[in-house]
Design a protein around this ligand. Structure first.
Ligand code: MG
Length: 214
């Protein structure tokens, strides 16, 4: 018996990092460090300057990569391979979450601003790889990142997903804006709530939320 707000939903879209595992795992810290190293090396600037640039581009363009492509014409593949080459030792299998996602009625997909091969590594470590029918990365959106409209348009078209019968889980609030405009149910997954008109639900506990849903 699914809760009323989600009765019409037959496609479930999950962000990856800090959504399908807790931010306490600090996996993304490793990636940020690698981004800073890469930017520092390629642009021949100090790590401090690289770190500032990384965060400025993230704010302005959606991802650091999008800023590097726009302002420095970098090729995305080498950068993406480098920054996603990290240790997954801190991730553990989450059988509870696996069962809950499996029991959602309809299609379950992952859509991340990372790459699909990286997402597969994370999902393997979480024991969630076989739960999802498709895994989409930034390469599937021609390197346009969420929160850009074009990114969702490209990925949803590729997937054949109808936003009006879909829900999206995300830890980055701005990434829920377009999905909400498109008619998706939006769930903000984060330790602290945020009051935005484009956030339909908030949870600090994805498994707990899904338990109540089904
Ligand atoms: Mg995320």
């Amino acid at each position: 018996m699914i809760s009323n707000s989600f009765k019409h939903v037959n496609s479930w879209v999950f962000d990856l990092d800090n959504t399908l595992y807790s931010p306490e795992v600090c996996l993304f810290d490793q990636i940020e460090k690698k981004m800073t190293d890469w930017i520092s090396q390629k642009l021949s600037i100090t790590k401090e300057s690289a770190d500032i640039l990384r965060s400025q581009y993230w704010k302005k363009y959606g991802t650091s990569l999008a800023g590097l492509m726009r302002e420095h014409k970098i090729e995305p593949e080498e950068y993406l391979t480098y920054v996603h080459d990290i240790s997954f030792d801190n991730l553990t299998e989450n059988l509870v979450l696996k069962n809950l996602i499996e029991n959602l009625p309809g299609k379950k997909i992952v859509y991340t601003n990372g790459t699909a091969p990286y997402a597969k590594n994370v999902l393997s470590a979480l024991g969630l790889l076989n739960v999802f029918s498709s895994i989409y990365g930034v390469e599937d959106a021609d390197y346009n990142p969420k929160p850009e409209y074009k990114a969702y348009e490209l990925v949803f078209k590729k997937d054949g997903l109808n936003p009006l019968t879909s829900a999206m889980f995300e830890d980055e609030p701005r990434n829920l804006k377009v999905p909400h405009q498109l008619g998706m149910k939006t769930i903000f997954v984060s330790p602290a709530p945020k009051n935005e008109p484009y956030i339909d639900f908030h949870t600090s506990d994805l498994s707990g939320f899904l338990k109540h849903l089904i």
